[in-house]
Design a protein around this ligand. Structure first.
Ligand SMILES: Nc1ncnc2c1ncn2[C@@H]1O[C@H](COP(=O)(O)OP(=O)(O)OP(=O)(O)O)[C@@H](O)[C@H]1O
Ligand SMILES: [Mg+2]
Length: 256
């Protein structure tokens, strides 16, 4: 067994990268898979969404990247949501400079995940929106990129940047490609949303998952409560959409 390592990447802020990592992760775990989430963002939203006290961590992704030969177990936390997580910390913001001088600095995460990838079915990576060392580490470690694409007027604007980054990382990770596109934050009531979704589907075809994640305030409330959506509001449209997405992801990545 070797994990599907999915980088939830888009070089644009606020497109639901973190929400998708968390909600997809807990649903995959719910479906019986072993899931590890990796918070690579100094904002630490993913960690906070799982109710992790980021002020009092013994270890975080920071120590993992500094000591890639030590694996990831020492920094991995088990959660009541059924997923494991390597949390982030605000101190990560300073780590970028510290790591910048290291040889093979883009490959630290890949190296660190060597053992973990034999233990998990899915490892979901949540990098920040900027193209820095953490995003490059995620792209170098990933087996596939899953793109959360916000269904709005400028949906495509950041795609060329993302495609350029995938090209940039090709030397280090030749097979890397976009494996799936998730339409997020869709407001079905507006004709604009419908039109943009149609455009996305005609441009990217089968890459686009059938499931569309609707705008749903429950999805914004859940992390504030430190609870995943499938227990916070199991009947909500958001919870149902992410459950359906997990089923599709499972089918798509089953034999890869
Ligand atoms: N489907 C949704 N409906 C309503 N609110 C949502 C939905 N998805 C995400 N949000 C909210 O939108 C905001 C941005 O989402 P999120 O943090 O997941 O995006 P992100 O791409 O990870 O952002 P960043 O670039 O800052 O890391 C958050 O407040 C989140 O709770
Ligand atoms: Mg985020």
């Amino acid at each position: 067994m070797s994990a599907n390592i999915l980088a939830l990447t888009m070089q644009k802020g606020g497109v639901a990268k973190t929400t998708t990592t968390l909600s997809l992760g807990v649903n995959l775990a719910e479906r019986g898979h072993k899931v590890l989430l990796v918070d690579l963002d100094p904002q630490a939203n993913l960690s906070q969404g799982l109710n992790i006290d980021i002020e009092n961590l013994e270890y975080s992704i920071y120590e993992v990247l500094l000591n890639p030969d030590h694996g990831t177990d020492f920094a991995t936390l088990h959660t009541s949501a059924g997923v494991d997580i390597i949390p982030s910390t605000l101190a990560l913001a300073g780590a970028e400079l510290e790591l910048a001088g290291k040889v093979g600095r883009e490959l630290l995460l890949r190296k660190a995940l060597k053992q973990a990838k034999e233990k998990y079915d899915y490892i979901l990576l949540d990098p920040p929106p900027s193209l820095g060392l953490f995003t490059l580490n995620a792209m170098a470690a990933a087996t596939s990129v899953v793109v959360p694409l916000q269904v709005h007027a400028y949906a495509f604007k950041a795609m060329p940047k993302l495609e350029a980054t995938i090209d940039l990382i090709k030397d280090l990770n030749p097979p890397l490609a976009i494996g799936g596109i998730v339409c997020t934050l869709s407001d079905k009531r507006t004709s604009l949303s419908q039109a943009v979704e149609t455009q996305i589907r005609s441009r990217y075809g089968d890459l686009v998952f059938h499931t569309v994640i609707p705008f749903n305030t429950k999805l914004a409330e859940a992390p504030a409560m430190g609870e995943p959506i499938h227990t916070y509001a199991p009947q909500s449209a958001g919870a149902r959409a992410y459950a359906a997405l997990a089923e599709e992801v499972e089918a798509r990545y089953a034999h890869k």
